[in-house]
Design a protein around this ligand. Structure first.
Ligand code: WTA
Length: 686
């Protein structure tokens, strides 16, 4: 990608400089109980033993029929795993645990309202509810294997129930993060071709009972404008028997699940035995251009990979209480709240709300009360909790033996606070680097085998073989002190199968840069390029620096700059928009927006507000910019391209470099004065 058609100053370039940190060792008590203490694991998963090594993960599952081909590369780079095998994901996550663990808690759900009782869902209860809802989906909606269903729900037990009911029928679910707008949901309904939307009337956020149902109406409307008709909107009720939203139900189309499901009481649905390579779900994520892409994950490969990594990296044991404080609407929740932990028969905590409501002690009260001993969250949350209540963890009696950080680079200082204050100096920490596309972890320390290094994800997972390449594809050796693009040399079972309905985009985006033979069916010709920059230290540990493409990782959520720019252009006064990443103390990175106005308009607070509103309705509040700058003109090349690199440098207080070749170099000085000059903080909307 050339500098001019990308952001220029990417996240990776904004990243802090490399500084080696000292190592922290896991405690002997942690090692004594760990699931994986055998260092020969990495020999078993060497490239020489590829791909057969992954049988070890697949054997953690129950197969209806064993596979005959571990890896089929005939349609490279759309790789097929465990071909010939058949299984059902819902059976693996629910039914097979009944014999021994019927009465064990699968989920303990915690309301944001601190005075509301927890809901404990045993494996038996989960089984009953998944079956009843599957019967409803089959009978009332007429769904069958291969159909798609969009799910737009908050963090409630009904969300995994809905996912598992789909999986039971071989129906492909597409969960859209609850905080996304109705429009964003509608676009995903349309892209996936869903005729059923499952939603909920309301949920709590920051103490407010939000009307969520209204987003469903907007979503159905947007989908219809793109010729995708939603026949059924299934509405769960936050308080069964009571409607908590003010938006009217639409006759024929909308139905309350809580009422309808009574008709299916006690019904059982045979889990449909699916081919290993049948899609299990779609998860949309932002890309460099155009609309979000539906990452398609398969059944056998994905489930094997998340079961293996959950067991060895999350190190969950039968009596552990595991709490992953992510949202199921993101890949972390899919892999490490739902499919990974349930495939192992674990007990997980589900939390409805925000970690700082009503105060920054809330997570620690939950941990203390439920005796949580494995904790999983993102650097943004850690930074937020550190800022809002640095001493709060000390006030509660909880003990984590293991903690995860995921989703964005973690600053060493934040890592140390996590270790010292939340982990009480004892917990083993895993910094897991991966993506929506990769299904599960790519790099992390193995908690009982490797020492931890603050700010470094660590070495690669077993069977994952990364390399750092320069722009021309030459490897940059470990310890060279130079950053480059990290690639994975080999396929792995958790890797997504394709972009839903757009194989060309899949091949171009992830393999185009380093593939030299587009017709090759040898996996060695298809290194996977995730879009991140990285540096590898001499000891083999990878430090991830951030995105090198036009994607901004805001508080661990991926946003495409093009999506944001398109939203800005919906405001009638806006002529041009450019979005750049800017470093932020809490959220890691945030988008900053530059706009220029059409002739005849002058800058005003109203226009800024309209831009923010446009982002809220097109994408959701998570995409809110740190600033909106209305500039007299954009710095441009002579061919008329907006120089985002210059804007990003200005926003981040970096050197703008040589601007003399621009068509309008004088603009840079005035933009700089506006942004860096007097009282630049006045327009904070975070
Ligand atoms: C970034 C989230 C540094 C990275 C699981 C990646 C990380 C993007 C880490 C994927 C980490 C994720 N350290 N950066 N431990 N984990 N990232 O798809 O830039 O929401 O490409 O998946 O987040 O974000 P996604």
């Amino acid at each position: 990608m050339s500098r001019q058609d990308s952001i220029g100053v990417s996240e990776a370039e904004i990243a802090v400089h490399w500084q080696e940190e000292k190592l922290y060792y896991p405690s002997t008590s942690f090692i004594a109980q760990a699931n994986m203490t055998d260092a020969t694991l990495f020999d078993r998963f060497s490239l020489d033993n590829f791909p057969e090594c992954f049988k070890e993960y697949a054997d953690l599952l129950t197969w209806d029929k064993y596979w005959h081909t571990t890896l089929d590369t005939s349609d490279a780079p759309c790789f097929k795993w465990f071909v010939g095998g058949r299984l059902n994901a819902s059976y693996n996550c629910v039914d097979r645990h009944l014999a021994e663990n019927r009465n064990k808690a699968a989920f303990i759900w915690v309301s944001e309202q601190e005075n509301e009782p927890d809901v404990v869902l045993t494996y038996q209860e989960l089984y009953v509810r998944v079956n009843e809802f599957a019967a409803l989906l089959q009978d009332y909606c007429g769904l069958k294997a291969g159909d798609r269903v969009t799910i737009h729900m908050p963090m409630v037990p009904e969300l995994p129930i809905t996912m598992l009911a789909c999986a039971r029928l071989g129906v492909i679910h597409s969960v859209v993060f609850g905080g996304f707008s109705g429009r964003a949901c509608g676009e995903r309904i349309s892209d996936s071709g869903s005729s059923v939307l499952v939603t909920m009337d309301a949920y709590y956020r920051n103490g407010q009972l939000l009307n969520h149902k209204e987003k469903a109406d907007e979503a159905v409307h947007i989908a219809a404008s793109e010729d995708q008709i939603v026949k059924h909107v299934l509405v769960w009720q936050r308080y069964p028997g009571k409607y908590s939203a003010s938006t009217p139900m639409v006759e024929e189309r909308d139905v309350f699940v809580n009422d309808l499901v009574k008709k299916y009481r006690g019904q059982r649905v045979e889990p449909v035995s699916m081919p290993a390579e049948a899609p299990l779900f779609l998860m949309y994520t932002s890309g460099t251009t155009g609309r979000p892409k539906g990452c398609q994950h398969g059944t056998g490969g994905y489930l094997s990979y998340v079961a293996g990594t959950t067991k060895y990296v999350q190190d969950i044991h039968p009596n552990d209480v595991y709490w992953c404080m992510a949202d199921i609407g993101w890949i972390t929740g899919h892999s490490y709240i739902v499919y990974g932990p349930l495939s192992l028969g674990a007990t997980s905590v589900l939390f409805e709300g925000v970690p700082t409501y009503p105060d920054a002690g809330r997570p620690w009260r939950i941990a203390e009360r439920l005796n949580v001993n494995i904790f999983h969250t993102a650097p943004t949350t850690i930074r937020m909790l550190r800022k809002a209540g640095p001493d709060e963890p000390n006030k509660y009696n909880f003990n984590f033996k293991h903690m995860t950080t995921v989703g964005e680079p973690i600053e060493p200082a934040v890592w140390k606070w996590y270790h010292e204050v939340i982990g009480k100096g004892k917990a083993a920490i895993v910094d897991t680097w991966w993506q929506t596309e990769t299904g599960g972890f790519l790099c992390s320390t193995m908690p009982a085998l490797h020492p931890m290094k603050p700010g470094s994800a660590g070495p690669a997972m077993p069977g994952i073989h990364p390399l750092i390449l320069d722009e021309d594809g030459n490897p940059i050796p470990a310890g060279a002190g130079k950053a480059g693009n990290i690639v994975i040399q080999n396929p792995w079972p958790g890797q997504f199968q394709t972009i839903w309905g757009d194989r060309d985009r899949f091949v171009r985006t992830y393999f185009g840069k380093y593939n030299k033979n587009a017709h090759s069916t040898d996996w060695r010709d298809w290194p996977y390029f995730p879009g991140d920059a990285s540096m590898q230290a001499e000891d083999g540990y990878f430090r991830i620096l951030g995105r090198v493409d036009d994607v901004i990782n805001v508080a661990g959520h991926r946003l495409g700059t093009k999506e944001l720019e398109s939203a800005c252009l919906l405001v009638p006064e806006v002529a041009e928009a450019a979005v750049v990443p800017v470093a932020d103390e809490v959220k890691g990175k945030m988008p900053e927006i530059y706009i220029s106005l059409k002739p005849g308009f002058t800058a005003s607070k109203e226009i800024e507000q309209k831009v923010i509103q446009a982002i809220d309705t097109s994408i959701g509040k998570i995409a809110r910019p740190k600033h909106v700058w209305i500039v007299p003109d954009m710095p441009k090349t002579r061919s008329g391209k907006i120089m985002r690199r210059v804007l990003a440098a200005v926003s981040n207080g970096m050197d703008v470099g040589d601007v003399t070749t621009l068509a309008n170099p004088e603009v840079v000085a005035s933009v700089k004065k506006m942004v860096q000059g007097e009282g630049g903080e006045a327009d904070f909307y975070g």
